[in-house]
Design a binder for this molecule. Sequence first.
Ligand SMILES: Cc1cc2nc3c(=O)[nH]c(=O)nc-3n(C[C@H](O)[C@H](O)[C@H](O)COP(=O)(O)OP(=O)(O)OC[C@H]3O[C@@H](n4cnc5c(N)ncnc54)[C@H](O)[C@@H]3O)c2cc1C
Length: 447
Amino acid sequence: MKPLHVVVIGGGIGGLCLAQGLKQAGVSVAVYERDRTPDSRTQGYRINVNSTGAVALHDCLPPALWRVLVATAGDAGRGIGFLDEKMRELVLLGNDGPAADPDDPLNTEHAVSRITLRKILLAGLADLVHFDKEFLRYKENSDGTVTAYFADGSRATGDVLIGADGTRSRVREQLVPRATTTQIPAIGVAGKLMLTPETLAWLPEILLARKNVFWPKRDFLFTAVFRRREDPAQVAERLGDQLLALGLDPRELVEDSRDNDYILWALIGSSDTFPAGFTELTGPPILDVVGDRIRDWHPSLRRLVKDADQLRAVGFTAAAPVEAWPSRRVTVLGDAIHHMPPVGGLGGNTALWDANLLRRTLISVAAGEKELVAGIGAYEAAMREHGFATVRDAVRNTEQAATRNALSRLRTRLFFKACGAIPPLRRAALGYDQPVVDAEERLTPVG
Ligand SMILES: Cc1cc2nc3c(=O)[nH]c(=O)nc-3n(C[C@H](O)[C@H](O)[C@H](O)COP(=O)(O)OP(=O)(O)OC[C@H]3O[C@@H](n4cnc5c(N)ncnc54)[C@H](O)[C@@H]3O)c2cc1C
């Protein structure tokens, strides 16, 4: 039997995770990425890998790279607090659970430097990832293969083509032309406050201990603290031999995790309450608008916002649910099919979930245990169900955060307050004691 060859369009989080997993299993794979070089991207904010994404990365990466990811990641503290804008507690979750083991992907979150994550995902794939390859379109050939055409005139042929090319996916446009995007009536503003001796002198412990969600009468604020678990130089030293054995340079791999510890904040509000053109603003003018909105909040929250840098304002969109399409030798994963607002940090984790499921499917196909198109059909059914359920959650959370409905906001505050006062209600409603991912999920057979 001719060995299976997989062509992946897009070397983002999902595409590279898939490539890593296929390479570990000995399945032939090549990735084509539009960015000109591996270091074309800037750091931005750390990406929070939750237990769903962590399981996928753990399954797809060589063990030494997984250890680097955990060691260089920021720790977001345990649990989550729900408070009002005066910093009065409604409920704090996470104080009564067992301490999470950072090496256990099922129970831990990892705030990973985007550059380090990319380096980890690219590690050992130098011959398989082709940069400066802008995908234009694909063609299904009569011999059952698929050819991708690139802007530089080159082409690549494989037995299956995976569109991992993000929100404006050209693979999706060709495969599922009826897929559409909806605008969410909310705007988000985010900023970073670095943890320095000066900021640590005034920051209240509650902002440093865990993630927090603030439910004022209008708008919504999320904060998360990111503290490195281990100094990158120490990580390079400790895991050096394992990384050298993989042919990697330990110091080069971890050097970008050095970005300082910080608190990320994100404010969300209804888009019709922001001035026209707000999302085009950069820097201090963003703060003028936000400062006015939060003028009667707790002074520490106002200072957290005022002293922040790397400000960014964005509007939100989400993929509209799409009916099943006839399965073929072309498929899609991640943002390419089910992109969602970043509220809750679910998009990347869902792309990783897809990548892991597709990895298992393609390994079974390569081993002759499964027919390709049937395997893709089963993958797509599971991917649509999981992906669009997550889009619904992200959209609902975004709309709830931005709602101007005073009754709905009051109900939410009272609900969290009741959960704080009545532990059995808290356990039943918020399921705090339960691990986020069912331990069986990793073992779920495909198709
Ligand atoms: C501000 C913000 C914060 C976020 N925080 C989190 C978080 O904490 N946790 C989380 O899980 N998610 C988060 N997300 C969402 C997350 O970044 C995305 O969901 C995730 O990157 C999707 O992965 P992907 O592999 O599907 O697509 P991408 O990571 O977008 O990768 C797509 C790749 O395809 C390439 N590409 C595009 N077009 C072409 C083409 N024509 N030819 C070749 N290559 C192409 C792109 O260059 C890119 O490298 C956040 C998003 C934003 C905006």
